[in-house]
Design a protein around this ligand. Structure first.
Ligand SMILES: C[S@@+](CC[C@H](N)C(=O)[O-])C[C@H]1O[C@@H](n2cnc3c(N)ncnc32)[C@H](O)[C@@H]1O
Length: 213
């Protein structure tokens, strides 16, 4: 086991409590024969801390899959909080909506089935704003998702993007696959952006966190 994986295992075992119903969401995705790509338990814990600390009420998520992270957000937000989650794959809708129903969070989540960029453009045109954005969909579109998020953000809003270290391979110049190059472009773009204060964390599969100034 690499030093990185040992550290990750230690963090998950020591400080990443995952309630039972989140295990059940993972199981439901596997049972449906879908690639289980929900966020890791340590990422869930970081998101929980960030959302509670920032007093977030409105979340916009790119990438619903089986609803793990959308339901996580709904479970953390205050009673008047709301999650809007977007996924372009209609096959995942019954699963994510079913999981939201089973866990009692259906009324706190709006599910949009559309391409992420088209859906963001429509929300922005309606004058929607959000105080937390979670980017976890098409890797090539991360910069565009980020720009739409900025258009719907307020000072203090948080924009969090997942998989930004891609199995710890993004820093390795010998790795040149599409998602790795997309994550490099995204991290460099955010790192140079003086509209935000940003950090890349090694939590989960790497998370880039930007706070709008
Ligand atoms: C890693 S999964 C999301 C996992 C989810 N955030 C969680 O942790 O529970 C990525 C999702 O992005 C969706 N996706 C991919 N390309 C997309 C696009 N262009 N627009 C919207 N969703 C897209 C996929 O269908 C998939 O369900």
């Amino acid at each position: 086991m690499s030093e990185f994986n040992l550290t990750k295992q230690y963090i998950e075992e020591t400080c990443s409590y995952e309630p039972d119903f989140f295990h059940q969401i993972r199981d439901s995705i596997i049972a449906a024969g879908i690639n289980e790509m929900s966020i890791d338990a340590d990422s869930a814990q970081l998101l929980r801390v960030l959302i509670k600390t920032a007093g977030v009420k409105k979340v916009l998520e790119l990438g619903t899959l089986g609803g793990y992270s959308a339901i996580l957000f709904a479970s953390i937000l205050p009673h008047d909080g709301h999650v809007t989650t977007i996924d372009n794959d209609i096959r995942y809708q019954p699963l994510s909506k079913g999981n939201a129903e089973k866990t009692g969070y259906k009324d706190k989540i709006t599910f949009i089935c559309n391409d992420g960029l088209k859906a963001m453009e429509a929300l922005a045109a309606e004058g929607e704003t959000f105080d937390f954005f979670f980017i976890d969909a098409a890797k090539n579109s991360y910069i565009n998702y980020y720009e739409w998020a900025l258009a719907m953000a307020k000072p203090g809003s948080l924009i969090v993007a997942d998989n930004t270290l891609w199995k710890d391979e993004v820093p390795d110049p010998d790795k040149t696959s599409n998602p790795i190059r997309a994550m490099r472009r995204f991290n460099e773009y955010v790192g140079k952006d003086d509209r935000v204060d940003a950090i890349i964390t090694t939590t989960g599969d790497g998370m880039t966190i930007a706070r709008v100034k």
